[in-house]
Ligand binder design. Structure first.
Ligand SMILES: Nc1ncnc2c1ncn2[C@@H]1O[C@H](COP(=O)(O)OP(=O)(O)OP(=O)(O)O)[C@@H](O)[C@H]1O
Ligand SMILES: [Mg+2]
Length: 240
């Protein structure tokens, strides 16, 4: 049997105010698998990520990580900045990985260059643009070299080169055999990299299969735009 990296079993999360954010969600992710979980606003993606990350506890069910630690890129890039400068911020995570000073420096340089932030290495991190902050979050997890990486809405705020850079990093992580989980509704930017496609709707897992089979479903019913609906004229360039 292939190695399982992450097991989510009958997971539910109900908040104190009665909001049912997740209901009986069950799936497992194999080591080295690249999974995209789509879902509209409020479908439960970020709640699921905080449960997997151990930042919150499920109200029912269980989550098991097998022999791996998760590296997280949060939806709110600001929440993730700990250092004064990108250089310092990236080093924070790497220092927690039992590395020598020299190794930390090498990883910081590598992560800065991979995310196109080398020229901002000494800038004031809080003053970075929204897209630059997201690149910084990605740089941070690259430097930690975790075996399971979860991206929550990784494309929010990113320009075209920014999306390309993040996709190139995701592709590289996949080629290195890392397990990657991407939570997004922007399927057109990433689905080609996925081996697995899942959909969350109102806290429930309503589809789990291949990207090809997923695109045959009525995604609009779950509030997700089918990326095969491309524009061929200006008249079509409005989402109505
Ligand atoms: N601490 C909380 N207390 C009460 N309700 C919460 C809490 N956190 C999240 N929720 C609710 O849980 C549901 C799922 O939220 P979640 O943030 O996971 O959505 P999402 O799929 O990430 O949406 P988006 O695409 O907008 O990021 C929402 O209805 C949200 O209001
Ligand atoms: Mg979210």
């Amino acid at each position: 049997m292939e190695n399982i990296a992450l097991e989510v079993k009958n997971v539910g999360r109900t908040f104190a105010d009665g909001t049912v954010a997740l209901q009986d969600v069950t799936f497992s992710i194999r080591q080295g698998e690249f999974a995209v979980i789509a879902g509209s606003n409020g479908s439960g993606k970020s709640v699921l990520m905080s449960l997997i990350a151990g930042l919150d506890e499920p109200s029912s069910g269980s989550i098991t990580l097998h022999d791996c630690q998760a590296g997280l890129v949060f939806q709110e890039a600001d929440a993730q900045i700990l250092g004064e400068t990108p250089e310092e911020d990236i080093a924070f995570g790497a220092k927690n990985c039992d590395l020598s000073k020299q190794q930390v420096a090498e990883r910081v340089n590598f992560a800065l260059s991979e995310t196109g932030l080398t020229h901002k290495r000494s800038a004031y991190a809080r003053m970075l643009s929204g897209g630059e902050k997201r690149r910084l979050a990605v740089a941070g997890i690259l430097a930690m070299s975790r075996s399971l990486i979860i991206f929550d809405e990784p494309f929010a705020n990113l320009d075209w080169p920014g999306v390309q850079q993040v996709c190139a990093i995701m592709k590289q992580l996949k080629e290195e055999g890392k397990t990657v989980l991407v939570l997004t509704h922007e399927l057109e930017k990433v689905l080609a990299l996925a081996d697995r496609f899942m959909v969350l709707d109102k806290g429930q897992l309503v589809f789990d299969g291949t990207p090809a089979d997923g695109l045959k479903e009525n995604l609009e019913a779950w509030g997700i735009r089918n990326p095969l609906l491309a524009c061929r004229s200006i008249e079509e360039m409005v989402w109505l």
